[in-house]
Design a protein around this ligand. Structure first.
Ligand SMILES: *Cc1c(COP(=O)(O)O)cnc(C)c1O
Length: 220
């Protein structure tokens, strides 16, 4: 078994049935994705529209492609025909553009709101207060083809497990409150995207339904 298949098997063995693995293949070649595919992996995450399109064209059509990084509104059109989930909606403007492009393609595109919960200033996303205000405003109801299906976050980049756990708890608490206040009638509002190579065990314990793992799969 190659190292990619072995890494995937090891990670899978630790995931509860409620958590899905997004294999983050950004910067890794098509051959590496093909190896993961051969090992049974079907969900892949990319963070650049051009790279994602090239890989999607070259690889089997039953792959579920997720866009996981910062997405500029003017790039949505390149991925709108086929993208399965956009993880990091960080502005109302982006949500509006996803709706527009999804409608053009006769699709509904599931999306997650990116929450800024980390200590770093540089990361994208809504603060929980901003996200709450946005949901309360009802503006998103004008964009039904961009279907808000949950929330996403990145924890603080630190070795302090208490801080990481806290960040995920803030996001999970937001998810639960949003679910009961705005999405009680929306069975698709189910996804909590958090956890990367260094912190996914904590993320799973704190309610993650989608872990986004790159280096632990693709690097030896
Ligand atoms: C690159 C990336 C990941 C994967 O990070 P690893 O530490 O390599 O597992 C997860 N989420 C986002 C948003 C990323 O950009």
């Amino acid at each position: 078994m190659g190292h990619i298949a072995k890494n995937i098997a090891e990670i899978r063995a630790t995931l509860p049935p409620t958590t899905n693995l997004v294999a983050v293949s950004k910067y890794h070649p098509i051959e590496a994705v093909a190896e993961a595919y051969a090992a049974g992996q079907r969900i892949f995450g990319e963070s650049r529209a051009q790279e994602l399109r090239e890989k999607a064209e070259a690889l089997p059509k039953d792959i579920e492609w997720h866009f996981i990084g910062h997405l500029q509104p003017n790039k949505v059109k390149y991925i709108a025909p086929f993208i399965s989930l956009i993880h990091a909606v960080d502005t109302p403007k982006l949500l509006a553009e996803i709706h527009r492009q999804a409608e053009k393609n006769g699709r509904v595109i599931p999306c997650l709101l990116q929450l800024h919960v980390a200590a770093e200033e540089t990361k994208y996303g809504f603060t929980p207060d901003e996200a709450w205000q946005f949901l309360e405003s009802g503006e998103w109801r004008n964009y039904p083809n961009a279907q808000i299906s949950g929330v996403m976050c990145m924890a603080t980049n630190t070795d302090d497990e208490t801080r990481i756990r806290h960040d995920f708890q803030v996001a999970h608490d937001f998810f639960l409150r949003a679910q009961s206040s705005f999405f009680a009638d929306a069975p698709h509002f189910t996804q909590c995207s958090w956890g990367m190579s260094d912190d996914y065990p904590i993320a799973i314990a704190e309610g993650s339904t989608l872990v986004r793992i790159g280096s632990k799969i693709f690097c030896e």
